[in-house]
Design a protein around this ligand. Structure first.
Ligand code: ATP
Ligand code: MG
Length: 372
């Protein structure tokens, strides 16, 4: 994946910007609240169809009626142009090489991995962030998985509505039969893909963790099926498991097992990271996971996704920063990095530098030589 150009119109605090990227490292420097994250969010939005906003209106520059993103990139040496128009309360308009795409067809076109300070906390707290991490990784590598997952989530919502009706006496329990069969079929596919992905991730993330920790730490990633003991093979018997929980589900008015509740757990040298990990071990593991996500997507699609590093340089110590920059250079991974301070980067001949100031972008050629 290689992004060559982006233009943003009324996206967040950018009225109109256009820029050309370096094939390797692009560094965006700026004080707080200038638009650095907004820029990275635009690219990640073009990958996954979501960003930090709850409503599309939040992406549109205040006082304007629509936002427009236009991104030129190469995927497996073929040039593409992706254009997305966002207007509050309207459907998104997406053009891919001038062909209209449905929102659900977007994922898998422009692949990117975002690493931001929130990821350092993903081991603790709610499973939502961990599921999002796993789903973003698999979906970009496999549009079929993304389609199955979306269908799975819709079916769970519909089943939950029916469960509530049954509980309240407005529907019969046997009306669940048809839903359960449909849900089980897609649930088994989603779970099988997740288990296979975690297997691979477990291997890749451990290699990275060992490399970052100078071979002192092993990392393992475990997929945890919600409320089931591991001996139950849900990839083949989901329907049976659903039926056996039917009365619990009706009582609760919700589906109490499945991919929407499952979680990931992490272990360093055999000890549960969220319970025993030090801050440094969690940082190392977060970095290892993100780098293994890049490798996972490369191994599935044939090329590295774009890497977006939002404000993480300040969170890593000098040796981890060096390891990271070395890895990116060696693997030739196109990267966009935001930071408030240039001190995190080596002095010369290092990709392109841009300054971000109140929604404007200025490129600085050889910025370290000119006294800035
Ligand atoms: P930090 O270093 O603090 O992370 P940043 O440069 O990453 O800063 P951003 O998160 O990109 O900052 O946000 C920059 C500013 O964009 C915010 O202060 C906010 O006021 C503004 N902003 C966010 N959404 C919109 C919008 N829809 N319209 C106009 N301005 C917006
Ligand atoms: Mg920011």
């Amino acid at each position: 994946m290689r992004v060559t150009e982006i233009s943003l119109t009324d996206w967040r605090n950018f009225a109109a910007v256009q820029l050309k990227f370096d094939d390797a490292i692009n560094i965006f420097l700026g004080l707080n609240a200038q638009g650095k994250t907004n820029l990275l969010e635009a690219i990640n939005f073009a990958s996954l169809g979501r960003g930090r906003a709850v409503k599309d209106a939040e992406f549109v520059r205040w006082g304007q009626s629509s936002a427009l993103l236009r991104i030129k990139f190469f995927a497996r040496s073929v040039e593409h142009v992706l254009a997305i128009e966002i207007s509050p309360n309207k459907r998104r308009r997406i053009l891919f090489d001038a062909n209209a795409l449905k929102p659900r067809e977007l994922v898998g076109k422009l692949n990117s991995v975002l690493f931001s300070p929130e990821d350092l906390f993903m081991f603790k707290g709610s499973p939502v962030a961990r599921r999002k991490f796993l789903d973003a990784e698999i979906s970009q590598a496999s549009p079929v998985y993304f389609a199955n997952l979306s269908r799975y989530n819709r079916l769970v919502d519909q089943r939950n509505n029916l469960l509530k009706k049954i509980r309240d006496g407005f529907a019969r329990a046997d009306e669940l039969d048809l839903w359960d069969e449909q849900l089980a079929e897609v649930a088994e596919k989603v779970l099988a893909k997740r288990l296979a992905a975690v297997d691979k991730l477990n291997f890749l993330a451990n290699l990275m963790q060992r490399r970052i920790s100078a071979h002192k730490e092993n990392l393992s990633v475990v997929y945890e099926v919600h409320g089931q003991d591991a001996s139950n093979n849900l990839t083949e018997n989901f329907l049976e498991a659903l039926r056996s929980r039917r009365f619990v589900d009706i009582k609760r008015g919700s589906t109490t097992l499945g991919a929407h509740l499952d979680d990931l757990n992490f272990f360093v040298n055999g000890h549960e990271l969220k319970l025993f990990g030090s801050q440094g071990q969690m940082r190392t593991a977060a970095l290892a996971l993100k780098l293994s996500e890049l490798q996972f997507i490369k191994s599935e699609t044939g090329e590295y996704p774009l890497l977006l590093l939002d404000d993480v340089m300040s969170e890593l110590d000098a040796s981890r920063r060096e390891m990271l920059l070395d890895f990116l250079r060696r693997e030739k991974i196109q990267t966009l990095i935001t930071a408030t301070d240039r001190a995190y980067f080596p002095p010369r001949s290092f990709g392109k530098f841009f300054f971000v100031t109140a929604g404007t972008l200025t490129e600085r050629v050889n910025s370290f030589a000119d006294g800035h």
